[in-house]
Ligand binder design. Structure first.
Ligand SMILES: Nc1ncnc2c1ncn2[C@@H]1O[C@H](COP(=O)(O)OP(=O)(O)OP(=O)(O)O)[C@@H](O)[C@H]1O
Length: 479
């Protein structure tokens, strides 16, 4: 692809991303703070040399935007009941839950045939009489949101025009995603309305909210419940705290959430969800959810067993690029993901590759999340064959057809030590669904050789050297 067509392709990417990001600006009163960022392909901005910072809320939003299905998980669910003597219920169908007909209709209209692994145990607990409190942890995409939306909808009385369910999300964008699920699942309740308690959504003083479900960020919800009195917290029947792990990563959210929880009536059902369960999340969960039942679903393990790993010795960035070109010249690569340490290297590499005629997508932290989602979507559809990215953007991306992962730069943490978890995440994407994957690491200094050695030791797996000047050798590795 020539430089012009590279620019054209970028324009196309931006247009696709823009149309996506416009989608969510339904409510004129709300201005999301992530607005206005642009895709810059030359990336000559000041901080492009810096390693990108991880933003858990953005990551979580990206995961939601690009996911269209349940994430498979064959691990056993661990359930700790508040009353160990009561029988443990698990359901294999939505009918068994005796939902209101409109709600069952909503569930089926979403295309759900049967409860997901975590839902099998969580739903009977949440819908029990009297309703029980729950702390639930399972990885992103396993059906937590759908579960608590169902719990809220099964308790709400649409005829009562005041807030009865309250859901806290870490950011406006995440609140909006949950709101969409409520709208979809609750579509057969014509009277049901939803309010967003997020900064920028200004109401008249003295007003009371008539919407039955309120979803928002902790600061604004706290204001609406206490200072502004838009919501009467004493009438709340179901309280959900979503993405607890992301929530506590934001200063102030933890205290605000606890203050909100203290205003709720004793018999209000309290539910807390998290994708991870570090000590800090657990401590927070116990403060927010009294007498909880606890459900945990372990992550599916990623392994390096089905992946062939190699490294290439180079002296500098240009040699790394040459090695990459040699690889492309010798083997057929359906789709590849290439990881760089900084935005600057990523955009340089994307431009160089496109000059060589490759169809390249660039994923970079300066794009707003919707733009990133659009880029990933195009790559999934095969519109581009190479995805060049920095690490933080690419966490959790599942692209089935990716057969090759290139670490143009090895993953290191902020102290310059090997980041083994990230290495596993990156490489683990390739050898999936019974396929064999190929991972190639570019090593350009003593320091990066040392990093590579430590990665090998950590996983106790040998990474073979590959000479990319030797075409026969390259061909061999592809077989
Ligand atoms: N029982 C089900 N059957 C089929 N699909 C489902 C079911 N439950 C949820 N899904 C779908 O699976 C995807 C993931 O579900 P959901 O968003 O509820 O997961 P999650 O655990 O809340 O993820 P996150 O932590 O990222 O919010 C969604 O596209 C959702 O529509």
């Amino acid at each position: 692809m020539a430089t012009d067509s590279w620019a054209l392709a970028v324009d196309e990417q931006e247009a696709a991303a823009e149309s996506l990001s416009n989608l969510h600006l339904k409510d004129e009163k709300i201005k999301p703070d992530a607005n206005g960022a642009v895709v810059k392909t030359n990336a000559n901005t000041e901080n492009t040399d810096e390693e990108e910072k991880e933003d858990r809320a953005a990551q979580s939003l990206l995961n939601k935007l690009i996911r269209s299905n349940l994430v498979d998980n064959t691990n056993q669910v661990e359930v700790l009941q508040r009353d160990p003597n009561s029988p443990l219920y698990s359901v294999k169908s939505f009918e068994e839950l005796r939902l209101k007909p409109q709600l069952l209709q909503g569930v089926y209209a979403m295309g759900f045939n049967r409860p997901s692994k975590i839902q099998e145990n969580a739903l009977p607990l949440m819908l029990a009489e009297p309703p029980q409190n729950l702390i639930a942890q399972s990885q992103s995409g396993t059906g937590k949101t759908a579960a608590f939306v169902l719990a809220m909808l099964s308790q709400v009385e649409p005829a009562n025009k005041y807030p009865q369910c309250l859901c806290l999300s870490p950011t406006y964008e995440l609140a909006l995603q949950t709101g969409k699920v409520i709208e979809q699942m609750g579509r057969f309740y014509p009277e049901l309305k939803l309010a967003y308690a997020v900064r920028g959504n200004k109401l008249e003083r003295g007003q009371k909210i008539s919407e039955q479900i309120v979803i928002g960020t902790p600061g604004t919800v706290l204001d609406w419940c206490s200072k502004l009195k838009f919501i009467d917290p004493k009438k709340i029947k179901v309280f959900v705290l979503d993405e607890a792990d992301v929530m506590i990563a934001t200063q102030g959210h933890q205290d605000q959430s606890i203050r909100i929880q203290r205003m709720l009536p004793r018999n209000c059902q309290m539910l807390l969800f998290s994708a991870t369960f570090e000590d800090s999340v657990w401590k927070f969960a116990q403060k927010v959810v009294p007498d909880p039942n606890i459900i945990k679903l372990k992550r599916e393990e990623e392994t390096l067993d089905t992946i062939k790993q190699y490294y290439v010795l180079c002296n500098n960035r240009d040699e790394k690029f040459q090695a990459l070109c040699n690889l492309y010249g010798a083997i057929t690569i359906a789709q590849a993901m290439i990881f760089c340490h900084t935005r600057k290297t990523a955009s340089w590499l994307a431009a160089e590759l496109s000059k060589e005629g490759h169809q390249v997508a660039l994923l970079s932290g300066e794009m707003v999340v919707e733009q990133r989602a659009a880029v990933i979507e195009r790559f999934r559809e095969g519109k581009e064959k190479v995805l060049v990215t920095t690490n933080v953007c690419a966490r959790g991306i599942d692209v089935e057809q990716v057969s090759v992962v290139i670490n143009f730069d090895l993953p290191v943490d902020k102290d310059g030590n090997p980041d083994n978890e990230t290495y596993l995440h990156r490489i683990g994407r390739t050898g999936r669904f019974g396929k064999r994957g190929l991972a190639v690491n570019m090593v350009d200094s003593k320091h990066s050789m040392n990093i590579l050695n430590r990665i090998q030791e950590h996983f106790n797996k040998k990474i073979e050297r590959l000479d990319t000047d030797d075409l026969d050798e390259i061909e061999k590795i592809a077989n």
